[in-house]
Design a protein around this ligand. Structure first.
Ligand SMILES: [Zn+2]
Length: 176
């Protein structure tokens, strides 16, 4: 097993491990779990721990793609995730949509609901982001009108590429 001297204490060493299942709370979302693709460093003396994620940009893009396809309104954390995915500070985003930073803060802490038009807009901004491929913007209003709760999001590292199955985004029944 590979060992690295601990940067936090004297004498300890970081032990490198590869968790099979990692709850990625630093994403800012509560329901993201990584299946592979994570290196965990834990000090064998003081317990100090850190981690690194393989192709974190690719992972963040896949998660954003899942969120913009969500059926029903974005919740406060999903909105905040997409806002930071777009690399907007809360201040810059508020200026972009002619709102105050306080209003953005209220949306992101769940104090007030995110207006449908803003939900629609941020999905569109993510969808038209160069990195995003050919997501169909016109499907958006249909998605917003047909709520479905997203459960656990599991991202798998397969052949060095992050994949997130989107099967749970489909509706269980159709009214067409
Ligand atoms: Zn240590």
């Amino acid at each position: 097993m590979k060992k690295i001297p601990c940067s936090n204490c004297r004498g300890g060493q970081f032990v490198v491990s590869h968790p099979k299942y990692y709850h990625y709370t630093d994403s800012g979302l509560d329901n993201v779990y990584l299946l592979g693709g994570v290196e965990l460093y834990t000090c064998d003396a003081c317990g100090q721990a850190s981690y690194s994620i393989y192709d974190i940009e690719g992972l963040h893009r896949e998660l954003a793609l899942i969120l913009i396809q969500k059926l029903g309104p974005l919740n406060s954390k999903e909105f905040r995730y997409l806002r930071s995915y777009l690399e907007f500070s809360a201040k810059d985003f508020s200026a972009e949509i002619d709102k105050t930073p306080k209003t953005i803060s209220e949306w992101e802490t769940g104090k007030s609901p995110i207006p449908g038009v803003v939900d629609h807009l941020i999905r569109r901004m993510v969808a038209t982001n160069k990195k995003m491929g050919n997501y169909q913007v016109r499907e958006l209003s249909e998605k917003l009108d047909n709520p479905k709760k997203i459960g656990r999001i599991e991202a798998s590292m397969k052949a060095k590429v992050w994949t997130v199955p989107n099967t749970y985004l489909r509706q269980s029944h159709s009214h067409y």
